[in-house]
Design a protein around this ligand. Structure first.
Ligand SMILES: Cc1cc2nc3c(=O)[nH]c(=O)nc-3n(C[C@H](O)[C@H](O)[C@H](O)COP(=O)(O)OP(=O)(O)OC[C@H]3O[C@@H](n4cnc5c(N)ncnc54)[C@H](O)[C@@H]3O)c2cc1C
Length: 505
């Protein structure tokens, strides 16, 4: 970008801060309502990488019949497959119940109800304007319909080509509809307009100091604060500086800070975040060349131990879709902030495709016997003797009578262990054996701004801060302790569209 060139004539009706799924949804909705829109994006165009870009592109959606899903993704090809009934419906009540359950019923009831109610309509809107979607339901080798990630649960639609496909489509649409995207522009402050009718967004440009962007309304869509190691540690607690950031390096909470400085209320689970098991071989933030390689979500079909060779989680406490976002915290609490996911050959068909990459960063160790695997892990700092003892004790505690099924919470469990595995527990006894080293990958933070159902930012008295909207990760109050997979993108689209329409009005 030529210094200053694209910043000339920068006045807009609506300035959106952040070009992720939420911000671009807001920009498209505001353009459709006739507003002149500028989107400020901290990343340079060549290195653009919002969390939405790095995401799997999975949206959680409520539906009453597969016909409704097929209207968005086209024919699903499930005729004759077994197990289709498991996917026949995922009602608004199901979605709300899962969301409430995983958040200890602390999620903002009005916002979560709104997002659930509008989930399908918002996706139909994206599809209608040209975002391509597909179904993540596949038919496996046994002729049974299942989610492409075994053990995932809920109603989903997936952006074709995942996060990159989603954001490419949204950026292309923004460009086509005349929303102006200014890359390399980091919003740092909001100054109220002297007449009280709008804002000037003060923006740090990569090359040329600070640039003011005047706007009648502003939408904050600049993500959470997970990429700021200092703020993360102050708020989430000791050790969080050592987590790896899975997505954007730019989501440092600048938009949240700017809004708090003009009277916005902070809201939600500030000590909570979405954090997963993530390969130790990853970079410190999202990598455009290889990010998905580092996902490690198949732990329900194996055993996880720390470097002391001991288990510390119930790997099968629920479908992975409802546990993965909280197990990163458990791994961070282990010695060295790492753990090893152990599998035997029986699990190989159940592992997600990310486990198949054989690149050096995969942090994978194999053994023809458990003793051989343990011996190799000893060279990586693991207590091999304890690991072998842990697996022997685990194998001996598996209840033999219950049939294993990856499609349901099968109740196939251990009994009598200090930490039992309560579903999908089968003995680790079939060579070859493999182990993957994982650490804590933080996805996004749960604390943020308080908004109402019109996506208006509220002050501490509960009044709207005039002409200020927020959506996406910047919003607090949606997630507490844990998270139901696919809710981030859905909430970003629903609240983004509402924010864009409101800001344009
Ligand atoms: C690896 C990974 C996989 C995921 N998979 C899924 C999934 O399959 N389904 C799902 O629902 N969720 C998923 N998530 C979570 C999901 O990506 C987020 O919840 C969602 O994308 C957030 O959208 P957003 O627009 O709020 O933030 P983002 O998409 O991160 O967009 C924020 C943008 O703001 C920019 N920005 C930041 N600060 C400033 C500033 N001061 N000025 C200007 N610009 C700024 C950033 O550069 C960024 O481009 C995943 C996340 C990751 C990291």
């Amino acid at each position: 970008m030529t210094p200053g060139r694209d910043d000339r004539d920068s006045a807009a009706d609506v300035v959106v801060i952040g070009a992720g799924n939420a911000g671009l949804s807001a920009a498209l909705a505001a353009r459709a309502a006739g507003a002149a829109v500028v989107v400020l994006e901290a990343a340079e165009q060549e290195s653009y990488g919002s969390d939405s870009y790095f995401s799997g592109g999975l949206f959680r959606v409520a539906y009453d019949s597969l016909h409704e899903i097929e209207r968005i993704v086209g024919p699903m090809g499930l005729d004759g497959a077994a197990g289709v009934d498991d996917f026949a419906a995922y009602t608004e009540a199901d979605f709300l119940s899962d969301w409430g359950r995983v958040t200890g019923y602390r999620t903002d009831p009005e916002l979560s109800a709104l997002i659930v109610e509008q989930s399908q309509d918002a996706l139909r809107w994206l599809a209608s304007i040209g975002v391509p979607f597909r179904s993540p339901i596949v038919v496996d080798g046994s002729g049974r319909a299942r989610h492409s990630r075994p053990g995932w649960h809920g109603g989903f639609i997936e952006a074709a080509a995942a996060g990159p496909g989603l954001t490419d489509a949204l950026l292309r649409l923004a460009d086509k509809t005349g929303a102006r995207i200014c890359y390399g522009r980091t919003a740092v402050a909001l100054d109220p307009a002297p007449d009280g009718h709008g804002w000037t967004v003060q923006c740090r440009a990569t090359e040329n100091g600070t640039t003011p962007f005047p706007a009648k309304s502003v939408v904050i869509a600049s993500g959470g604060f997970q990429a700021d190691a200092e703020w993360r540690t102050r708020v989430l607690g000791p050790g969080w500086d050592l987590a790896k950031v899975r997505g954007s390096r730019h989501n440092t909470g600048a938009g949240i800070k700017a809004a708090l400085a003009v009277g916005a209320a902070s809201h939600g689970n500030w000590s909570g975040c979405h954090a997963v098991a993530w390969s130790v071989g990853s970079g410190d933030a999202g990598r455009r060349d290889a990010n998905h390689v580092f996902e490690r979500e198949s732990y329900p079909f194996g055993v996880t131990v720390n470097s002391g060779g001991r288990r510390f989680i119930d790997e099968g406490s629920d479908f992975g879709a409802y546990t993965y976002a909280r197990y990163g915290r458990e791994i961070l609490a282990q010695p060295g902030q790492t753990a090893w996911q152990l599998f035997d050959a029986k699990a190989s068909d159940l592992q997600t495709s990310e486990y198949r990459y054989k690149n050096p960063e995969a942090a994978r160790v194999t053994g023809a016997t458990l003793a051989e695997l343990a011996g190799r892990l000893a060279g990586r700092g693991v207590d091999a003797g304890q690991l072998v003892a842990t697996v022997a004790e685990f194998n001996g505690a598996v209840a033999p009578a219950v049939p294993f099924s990856p499609y349901v919470r099968d109740g196939c469990r251990t009994t009598g262990l200090a930490i039992d595995k309560t579903n999908w527990a089968v003995a680790l006894d079939t060579p070859p054996f493999e182990a993957y080293e994982v650490t804590c990958g933080i996805t996004f933070t749960f604390g943020g701004l308080k908004v109402d159902t019109a996506a208006r930012v509220l002050d501490v008295a509960g009044n709207p801060v005039p002409r200020l909207y927020a959506c996406g990760e910047a919003v607090g109050g949606l997630h507490y302790f844990n998270y139901a997979s696919g809710t981030g993108l859905t909430s970003g689209t629903v609240l983004g569209r509402i924010a864009g329409r409101g800001a344009a009005a």
